[in-house]
Design a protein around this ligand. Sequence first.
Ligand code: FES
Length: 157
Amino acid sequence: MKFSDQLEQRFADMVPHYPTKRSVLVPMLLYIQDELGAITDEAIHEIAMRVELSDLEVRNVISYYSMLRTHPIGKYNLQVCTNVSCLLRGGEEILEHCKKKLGVGNKKTTPDGMFHVEEVECIGACSWAPALMMNYDFHENLTVEKVDALIESLKKS
Ligand code: FES
């Protein structure tokens, strides 16, 4: 696979800023995912060669991070935290509400391709629990009403 001009530029810009090539792996995987919608087999092979890792090592990194994926999902990815702080402040109820409102199970996408719901571990917003990430945006101190407002605003966008 050949990287797009934009990915080539990002790779070239980042490599000199890190002590080893492999340090650019995670940010490059995010850029690839944003551009392609998912991290394809071809992209895994390409980035593995560039950062001098095996395809398997790259796959292991992808499987570790919940924000990285090898298959396309909905346009809006609702990653709901149910780890300890969020659990104690209603995180499970928020997750159940998202699933019920959108009519999907965990790690599933709505038929129209708009929303994907996923239960995740701590997203680093414990002080503002319960929290979720919608793509790269944090939504904190959640209530069912706030979730409804978020989903409705996304439907209109
Ligand atoms: S436990 Fe939910 S953000 Fe940390």
